[in-house]
Write a protein that binds this ligand. Sequence first.
Ligand code: FMN
Length: 301
Amino acid sequence: MNLLASKLGKLQLKNPVTVASGTFDTEYGQFYDLNHLGAYTSKTITPEPKIGNPGPRLFETEAGLINSIGLQNPGYLSFINDHLPALRAKLDIPLIVSFSGSTLQEFCQVLSALEETGMADAYEINVSCPNVENEGIAFGVDAKVVAELTLALRKLTKRELIIKLSPNVTDIVSVARAAAEAGADSLALINTLFGMAIDWRTGSSRIKKGIGGYSGTAIKPVALALTYKVASAVSIPILAMGGIYTWQDALEFFYAGASAVALGTANFSNPYAALDCISGLDQYFQTKGQTVQDIIGRISF
Ligand SMILES: Cc1cc2nc3c(=O)[nH]c(=O)nc-3n(C[C@H](O)[C@H](O)[C@H](O)COP(=O)(O)O)c2cc1C
């Protein structure tokens, strides 16, 4: 019996550990066989290529990382033609392709093109992009917009549809419910929090664009709280992320209600972080004689 087996909607996972979009690449294959992962999640792609934001665009704080990459990516056509076939050929595990857009139509355009390739097992929808039809406010902050988007994408695919939620909202539960009711198979949370760092000596922003996305150790309690909140409110499974570095961190998220976890910032300081997490979980559950499924949502008070 595989003690680590888990399910994320339609995805059968041999273990419940993946990597967070934008923090991992096939270059990590030089450290270990990527097929040890439960699933592989690719960097968000957008309709047009993006060169990303000007630097400096990364700053390490006392307890986390601020990034302002600006969704640098080659655009969906180049991804599909130049990257996806090789990526698919390398992976026997579920491939989760992340994408974004600035209008509902753009999201649909990318999904339709990906569907034609038949190469993705799941889509992770990054709704943190500004919505150009809605005064540039991020898609993910408005439950109604998330519902419309989910509904439109649902019509275009039977594959696993994961809506990735932003923590930078007043009421994450209403957004989560909207996605679930509109047909999402699962939810991923959390994307980065807003963050800023200033050099006290000079008064200059550490990040060229000012405010960036905050991730890593410091955001774990926020991610745990939101995982718990959302898991208590919806019945679709959760892929949790936010400050997960170790197998012990992962266990906390299972207790909070996650069915699977993703490691993000952890990959930068330890390229083996996801692999270490999987083997740590394996040993833990073998010693305990339990399965991952036994503890999902079983937090006690
Ligand atoms: C450098 C960097 C780039 C990221 N790029 C993306 C991205 O392209 N798409 C996305 O959905 N999330 C992106 N994220 C957010 C992560 O996928 C993840 O949701 C977040 O960092 C929280 O997890 P962590 O604390 O384990 O890093 C990025 C994060 C970092 C640090």
